[in-house]
Design a protein around this ligand. Structure first.
Ligand SMILES: *Cc1c(COP(=O)(O)O)cnc(C)c1O
Length: 401
């Protein structure tokens, strides 16, 4: 079931039935991440990437410390987007030389942290560059910088667009030559470029086109370089299927595009290390969110499974505060994994808001109070991307199995 084993009718994570795992976790609700599935996924991605291309993990997808420690030895680096994520990546044993720090509005304190740690900074504005130059001189520490470029084209069809058009992310392509000149003036260590145009892309042709156009765009900056290009981060954006109408990403066209990108970039910049940064693609499908049914409530003929978990732990599954058209994540009843789905039910949480719906009118086996309901595809943007304090219910726990 979604890559998870069923043993004696019970859904398992890491070979352990979920009821038993709930005891081990000490409570419901909990998130469980299967380390072997994550490691398998990393190996699969390695097989897709051209030889020599580096794989980075984008920490914000899931910053659980144990998970970072599990990933640190098998990826080539990590991308962080805050001072605390930086500390988490370092704690996990990731080498500073292979950590990069992106994100708009980096604070002075965060830039100091990055300088002291010796990680690569993705510059997203002139202000950041000038501040960094001052701090670098003040602290007597070199600043390693790459320029995050906001492309002059848009990625249509991404779940979330983070490049092209007017953006808070990166420096508009038109301004990059001036920024590169400023880097040369200030004497900061220029290392290369970063392009990240969007997230949750399921169309392979779109990703391929993005890679191709990004490379063309970057190569045109040749005349303005302050030094050799040592690193090109081509972003990621590889999506996973959440909803019934979505198909898994076809990785072969992406591989072809990356091979072509590698050839073109190395033709002009032989020293450049090429990086792909993935978040959800590595971890989302290896995670489940598990809640217990408190009550079967029937209202005017409709069945509601009222559970102990919901929006406060898993905002994405409940539709992000109604901002997007809410669709159901895949769900199951853990102890009834082999029973037919005979009943239409809504799985809801205990929060006093109509938004607290984990699954709306889905077909499930008949579940009773005490049963465990599992939300799949929950390994990314779960616990840390949810408003845990909202309405004062207890927090969830996370375990790596
Ligand atoms: C969020 C983010 C990622 C990860 O996105 P996923 O959809 O989880 O793969 C990678 N790079 C940057 C710069 C990001 O902001």
């Amino acid at each position: 079931m979604r890559g998870f084993e069923v043993l004696q009718r019970q859904l398992c994570v890491g070979g352990i039935p979920l009821e038993r795992l709930a005891h081990r976790a000490g409570q419901t609700p909990f998130y469980a991440y299967d380390r072997h599935m994550i490691l398998r996924r990393v190996a699969e991605v390695r097989a897709v990437l051209p030889v020599g291309m580096h794989l980075h993990y984008a920490v914000k997808a899931n910053p659980m410390p144990a998970l970072l420690s599990c990933l640190a030895p098998v990826v080539d680096g990590m991308d962080v987007a805050s001072g605390r994520e930086l500390l988490a990546a370092l704690d996990a044993g990731c080498s500073p030389s292979s950590i990069s720090f992106a994100g708009p509005g980096k604070r002075e304190g965060e830039l100091r942290q990055a300088l002291a740690a010796g990680v690569l900074l993705h510059i997203e504005s002139f202000r950041e560059l000038d501040l960094l130059a001052r701090l670098s001189a003040e602290m007597g520490l070199p600043a390693r910088v790459a320029v995050r470029v906001n492309p002059d084209f848009e990625l249509r069809g991404a779940g979330m667009r983070m490049g092209g058009g007017a953006q808070v992310f990166g420096v508009d392509l038109e301004q990059v030559p001036a920024l590169l000149a400023r880097i040369a003036q200030t004497g900061l260590q220029f290392e290369g470029f970063h392009v990240y145009a969007g997230s949750q892309v399921l169309k392979a042709e779109l990703l391929a086109e993005l890679i191709d156009r990004s490379v063309s765009m970057l190569l045109q900056l040749q005349a303005h370089l302050p030094g050799p290009v040592l690193q090109v981060n081509l972003g990621g954006g590889w999506g996973i299927p959440y909803f019934p109408n979505e198909q898994p990403l076809d990785v072969q066209p992406v591989r072809s595009a990356l091979l072509a990108a590698q050839q073109r970039l190395h033709g002009q910049w032989p020293q450049a290390r090429l990086v792909v940064e993935l978040g959800r693609f590595l971890v989302a499908e290896a995670g489940v969110y598990v809640v217990r049914v408190l009550e079967r409530k029937i209202s005017r003929g409709e069945v509601f499974l009222v559970t102990d978990g919901g929006l406060h732990h898993h905002l994405a599954a409940t539709g992000n505060f109604g901002q997007v058209l809410r669709r159901n994540y895949p769900v199951a009843v853990a102890q009834r994994a082999d029973e037919p789905s005979l009943e239409q039910v809504s799985v809801v949480g205990p929060l006093c808001t109509p938004l607290d719906v984990l699954a709306h009118k889905v077909a499930l086996p008949r579940a009773e109070a005490g049963d465990l309901v599992v939300i799949f595809q929950s390994g990314a943007y779960g616990a840390t991307a949810s408003p845990q304090a909202f309405l004062g219910h207890p927090p969830c726990v996370e375990i790596l199995v």
